[in-house]
Design a protein around this ligand. Structure first.
Ligand code: COA
Length: 331
């Protein structure tokens, strides 16, 4: 058995209260249907944050849940790593707003920007910091207010995304502990950046009236191309996670794929030879919440007792960048 240095000791999620169903798009003048969206994506509804349900607000709700389950107080957190593509402000990082909100007075805090793979990148960083001896306890959050950056007039993208946050506490293992992070894998390909991106509004092209009028500060996506890459790269990430953990598909009790689309999820599971009965899907209720999707799902499966102590869980993600990543944990 591979020795581990760190394990997840608590999980939590924070979701806005408003449910926006596929049928609700008619009320904002979007020509679509529940049938079209369900058939192509498996999404039936998503949460949409109010003005006060910010990225930090959702992150704090998720963090408090994870801290309560881990029995960790704010003062015991050494580092807060917050993955987001939708920071509340461009400066400073949303992680420091979260640090202040929680009163985590001993914690370093920084954001990770790796789109939908970001939370897996973030737990990899947390594990590395624990392995180096720098820290003992990390709060690792994926929090996204996708509704703030999607183009609500573009039916090919606005139906796909939702808001939410998930969080975990990652802690140093005690000697002989069986639970832990068994393997991680991260990869990227920036040559494909323009297939899923926000063209303008950053430092290269700061916001202007023209940018706002042309809506080029919002998410643009070449859906079909993204789909092909998502299937290919998620499959590679699954293979790499199994290889480095020295495990076979049959050893996996549950696969939690990034929740973008049921067709991508099914293709990834098929490639990894994992039956759909061992794959968790909640994209129907939350849509694509980017880097929040895996930690939200992880909290749900533990709460529902679909997995528990001793279970082996594989997580695989793909997102803008492109970035892709995976991890296998034993609970
Ligand atoms: N409702 C109804 N019709 C829609 C629609 C909607 N919400 N969105 C697009 N359409 C129409 C298009 O206008 C097009 O019509 P046309 O043929 O008359 O021009 C038609 O549907 C087909 O569009 P296309 O974009 O080719 O559809 P698709 O079968 O590729 O499905 C996605 C679109 C976005 C669902 C699919 O490409 C996808 O899931 N891609 C991956 C996206 C993703 O998961 N991204 C995040 C990765 S982390």
């Amino acid at each position: 058995m591979i020795p581990t240095v760190a394990r997840i000791t608590g999980t939590g999620r924070g979701l806005p209260s408003r449910i926006f169903t596929n049928d609700d798009f008619a009320s904002i003048g979007i020509e679509t249907s529940d049938e079209w969206i369900m058939e192509r994506t498996g999404i039936h509804e998503r949460r949409i944050g109010s003005e006060t349900e910010t990225t930090c607000w959702m992150a704090a709700a998720a963090a408090r849940g994870a801290m309560a389950k881990a029995g960790v107080t704010a003062g015991e957190i050494d580092t807060i790593i917050l993955s987001t593509a939708t920071p509340d402000r461009l400066l400073p990082a949303t992680a420091v707003d979260l640090q202040a909100e929680l009163g985590a007075t001993r914690a370093a805090a920084f954001d990770v920007s790796a789109a939908c793979s970001g939370w897996l990148y973030a737990i990899t960083i947390a594990e590395g910091m624990i392995a180096s001896g720098a820290i003992d306890t990390a709060l690792v959050v994926g929090a996204e207010k996708m509704s703030a950056i999607i183009d609500w007039t573009d039916r090919s993208t606005c139906v796909l995304f939702g808001d939410g946050a998930g969080a975990v506490i990652v802690q140093r293992n005690k000697a002989g502990e069986k639970a832990g992070i068994l393997s991680t894998f991260m990869r990227s390909d920036g040559c494909l950046a323009n297939l899923l991106y926000r063209p303008d509004g950053g430092a290269a092209h700061p916001m202007t009236k023209e940018i706002v009028e042309n809506r080029t500060h919002l998410v643009k996506m070449a859906g079909r191309e993204v789909f092909k890459h998502a299937v290919r790269e998620m499959s590679e990430a699954a293979d790499r996670a199994l290889d480095s953990a020295k495990l076979r598909s049959a050893d996996i009790d549950l696969l939690i794929p990034h929740q973008a689309n049921t067709r991508i999820i099914e293709a990834t599971a098929k490639h990894a030879s994992i039956p759909m009965s061992k794959v968790y899907v909640n994209v129907d209720r939350f849509g694509n919440t980017s880097s929040a999707s895996i930690p939200i799902a992880l909290d749900e499966v533990i709460e529902k007792k679909i997995v528990g102590p001793g279970s082996t869980v594989m997580m695989v993600a793909f997102g803008a960048g492109f970035t892709w990543a995976s991890a296998i944990i034993r609970l």
